[in-house]
Design a protein around this ligand. Sequence first.
Ligand code: ADP
Length: 451
Amino acid sequence: MFEKILIANRGEVALRIHRACRDMGIKTVAVHSTADHDAMHVRLANESVCIGPPAASDSYLNTAAIITAATITNTDAIHPGYGFLSENADFAQMVEDHGITFIGPLPEHIRIMGNKITAKQVAQEAGIPCVPGSNGSIDSEEEALLLAESIGYPILIKATSGGGGKGMKSADNKDQLIEAYRIARREANVAFGNSEVYMEKYLQRPRHIEIQILSDIHGNVVHLGERDCSLQRNHQKMLEETPSPALNFEMREKISRTACQMIRHLGYRNAGTIEFLYENSEFYFIEMNTRLQVEHPITEAITGIDIVREQIRIATGAPLGFTQSEINFSGHAIECRINAEDPKTFISSPGRISKFHTPGGLGVRVDSGLYLGYTVPHNYDSNIAKLIVHGKTRNECLMRLRRALDEFVIEGVKTTVPLQMELISDSDFINGKYDIHWLERLINDKKFIEN
Ligand code: ADP
């Protein structure tokens, strides 16, 4: 087992990883920017190293500084969390080249899946249905127009190196397509340094269903069920639940089996998530994330499995501690992402936390690095907390979630708590009747936050 793990991340996920390490008796090293010197995970870690100024490009993305920090602290392994360097194949390779274990998949698998075109090719080879679209990149406006005719509008242009919903633009007709193609390329170039795009049919009422996978280096593969992440704004998830209200037992089995099939085909190891769109009882692969997901705690809630702990065990070469039939799925779980943002305009709201009280009680988990007096910096992602609630049934979970959101006190910054409260009180949500466009329709209809 590792003696010491460096956590190459910040915020709630850094704390999440620290907790798993400490539960396993492993020492932690926090790395942080100058803006994060008083962050909770830095305070709790056994050691900490400042790796640069606030800008992420100079600190949390500074590979040389992170590997130097790992070397001088005699670290055995690095956990990248999510975001930042977690899906950077060169970083994973560099870590291994320095004799340090990268807690994640092989660099080649990060590379293949990080490119959405090669990822779709792998899915097709494994016999998994994909959203109808281009076979590869779209390299000219003429090509885009021609292909759109054969696929049929509406169309979605997506960035090959995409992530976080960036570089994605829909089009209902030819004129919009030209514009979408240009904007998506530009956005992709700014966000990922790669302007390559591809095309998919723009599905009208799908749900986002993803399967959590764990696999070890001995070829054992298990799934931990699905997460329904259809509640999104700007293609970014806001609330996730498991099990999905839209799937029956047979469909759940079918999608999960398909995801395992892909993992076996690839020879993939560690934790991963296969994402699908689900519409009219058909499911289509869209992408794979080769890392821990933000929404992993809802899966932990219904399975009792600590996914970060399993990631660490797998990275040591240990076999999975359970078989598929030994995994018990119990009850229902929902996660609300709480962001430091104005709930009406979504403009980020950094600042000093002047009042803070977290909800508690049976089935309530709060993953957050906040504390009274902490200043949320303006330099990073606006997520400041995740509220995860578990109940025996979906109804019990919803009642508990409402109660927990009600108890949550965060003052000094604006948060999306009021929006989450409105959302979970809507009858469509209560009845489980929503798709990936539902939340935006609701926000646009101004049904929300009319105070
Ligand atoms: P990213 O890597 O940027 O998150 P994804 O491919 O995972 O991109 O897609 C993010 C979200 O965008 C999906 O969850 C879904 O809501 C929407 N989306 C992606 N592809 C399609 C599609 N073909 N039709 C409709 N919506 C889509």
